[in-house]
Design a protein around this ligand. Sequence first.
Ligand code: ADP
Ligand code: MG
Length: 226
Amino acid sequence: MRSVGRSERRRSASASAPGAAEIAIDNASKVFGTGEGAVVALEDVSVAIPGGQFVCLLGPSGCGKSTLLRVIAGLLAPSQGEIAWPHGKPSPGFVFQDATLMPWATARENVRLPLDLTGVARASAETRAHDALARVGLQDYADAFPRALSGGMRMRVSIARALVAKPRLLLMDEPFAALDEISRDALNEDLLKLWREDGLTIVFVTHSVYESTFLSSRIVTMTPRP
Ligand code: ADP
Ligand code: MG
């Protein structure tokens, strides 16, 4: 059985008024299974995330970070409590630890996928896919297949795909955990730049104290019991 305690630390003061939260999580709990085998993945988590913040969910493996992110994403319903979207629920972009690219498609086709799925006209989708690849520094690799790209470059494609539909919320689950330190540092730098340019809200899961300190305007630490 695990539960989640929570504390918060601010690095930069936010000017947002209390009512301005983009995401308001109120006493959310999530229990998997029932009876003896029940696992309390989240217990009474309340957190308000103002729009435009870069928030890290930091904690050791198994403390419920991915569960909380999936609850925020709407992929999981909380067992108790609720999550409110005072400005309306956005369609978030997702980036996971695995880049999950289609191996038979080029970088550009992979990035175009969310636009193809929502019926954006081909010419416009091509332009937007190119722009998104340029934003992550891969303008020269649009026609490359995933197998020809390094792990860091595949992750860049995954980020471009998440940004191509211009979401106002980006959800990232340990996206750089599998990368070498140099690629990871470069991606951290570039992600900060993208965040500053776009005014996005980012919720970023990590178990790295260093990464969370480097990236975020706010860190939500999560701990397993005790
Ligand atoms: P973290 O991302 O911090 O490593 P998770 O949110 O993945 O942690 O998991 C938190 C706890 O919930 C763990 O004990 C995990 O085994 C359990 N858990 C997560 N997803 C499920 C599931 N679908 N069914 C049962 N238990 C789960
Ligand atoms: Mg996880």
